[in-house]
Design a binder for this molecule. Structure first.
Ligand code: GLC
Length: 421
């Protein structure tokens, strides 16, 4: 039951916002550039999110066809976007605002599900031990930095802050913990479930928010798995059984605002990734990184606008849809919702698309973007191809006849009504 809305939504928005947004060089800038707390303090002192508008973000998510929105409450930098009693390294201290409060109120007002991201990692906390991910790992005498650091104190802080988030902001529908790295590297320890006391943390989540989905990055099994920045190639399973999964993806490779990044993905690719994920019973969580003032970057607004226009016409092929047990043609992927089968065409063929094993099983075909009928014919094994007439498709093949001009949409979709379903 917990995940019915998740399975139906299929498409969500990830929002990475923090001090790194003002640094504008990726959310791992503190790690990449080995920045000290003193180096990093300027981003706290000049944190001025005057253009952070949670209502605009939530509205953009809804207009993009997304069913849920997930905000970073605290990223690896340790900066908290809510009014935490456990630290003054917060947005409330920096600018007098509780951005998590603004966010949850805005997302609910748009009728969307509320998701929070919370980093297990904390490069600011004095008791979080230096490890192979820590910005101080290459300092002279780095190992000595751990003298006096007590992960038990950090665990108490971590659990206390999660408790604040799960008791102070109403019903939370989804929690994305990030991340566990138990392997050793470069002579340093990693951090595994025991470092977080993941079992107790998950138990607290279940106690405080029984309906909330929790991801797999506590390092112990929970509600869904989280491939990141790649596309699976088949429905994901765990011990042979289907598992709920969500691929989180960026617009340009960076989660946090990265001003000089030019790797913006084309909207067509992103829609293909969405359709591909749904075709494998998965979700896509697509990220935006608001800039140093909290605004959605114009390039991201433009991409989301293109996707939103596609979803305006094609959401039926995504929302409430999932894997279809049919062999797709080479030109695309299928999704299915009830008696409707949707063929997402990643390439536009000349004149026809041939669908294996669907002859006699389709009562109507149309282009979804404009509802225009499409002629279909069942393969006739007796018919021989000639110079001007294609034939010879395998018995059971359904051929859909297509206009030469590809519809002017990011990804054309053919909707097939399955007969007798
Ligand atoms: C990785 C990155 C982190 C990002 C997360 C999103 O864990 O380290 O910066 O927030 O992916 O899933």
């Amino acid at each position: 039951m917990r995940q019915d809305w998740f399975d139906r939504a299929r498409f969500g928005m990830f929002v990475h916002f923090g001090l790194y947004s003002g640094a504008a060089r990726h959310e791992w800038v503190q790690n990449y550039e080995r920045l000290t707390d003193a180096d990093y303090r300027q981003y706290f002192d000049h944190f001025e999110p005057d253009l952070f508008d949670a209502r605009a973000i939530a509205r953009r998510a809804r207009e993009t066809g997304m069913g849920y929105v997930v905000l970073t409450t605290k990223h690896h930098e340790g900066f908290c976007l809510w009014d935490s009693a456990h630290t003054d390294f917060t947005a409330t201290t920096a600018c007098g605002r509780d951005l998590v409060r603004e966010f949850v109120d805005a997302v609910r007002a748009e009728g969307l599900k509320v998701g929070l991201y919370h980093s297990l990692i904390d490069w600011h906390h004095p008791d979080f031990t230096v490890d192979w991910n820590h910005p101080r790992r290459d300092d002279d005498e780095a190992a000595a930095l751990n003298d006096g650091r007590d992960m038990a104190r950090y665990r108490a802080y971590l659990h206390g802050q999660v408790r604040e988030l799960l008791t102070g902001y109403g019903d939370i529908d989804y929690l994305f913990f990030d991340f566990t790295y138990p392997e050793q590297k470069d002579g340093w320890q990693g951090k595994g479930p025991e470092d977080w006391d993941s079992e107790s943390l998950l138990a607290m989540c279940r106690e405080l928010q029984p309906g909330m989905l929790v991801n797999d990055r506590l390092g112990i099994p929970a509600d869904f798995v989280t491939p990141e920045q790649y596309q699976p190639t088949s429905p994901l399973t765990l011990d042979g059984a289907p598992v709920a999964w969500e691929a989180c993806q960026t617009l340009n490779g960076s989660w946090g605002y990265d001003r000089d990044n030019t790797d913006q993905k084309p909207a067509t690719l992103l829609v293909q990734m969405l359709a591909d994920s749904v075709s494998m019973d998965g979700n896509m969580l697509l990220n935006i990184g608001p800039d140093g003032r909290g605004a959605i970057a114009p390039r991201d607004e433009a991409t989301l606008g293109e996707i939103g226009e596609w979803m305006r016409l094609h959401s039926a092929a995504v929302v409430g849809a999932g894997h279809a047990p049919f062999e797709p043609p080479r030109e695309g992927v299928y999704t299915r919702r009830g008696d409707r089968l949707y063929l997402h065409l990643f390439t536009w063929p000349l004149g026809h698309v041939h669908l294996p094993h669907l002859a006699g099983r389709v009562s109507y075909a149309r282009l979804l973007n404009d509802g225009s009928w499409l002629r279909t014919t069942d393969a006739d094994p007796e018919q021989v191809a000639s110079n001007m007439t294609p034939a010879g498709e395998a018995a059971g093949t359904l051929t859909v006849h297509l206009p030469v001009r590809r519809p002017d949409v990011l990804v054309p979709v053919i909707e097939l009504t399955l007969a007798g379903e």
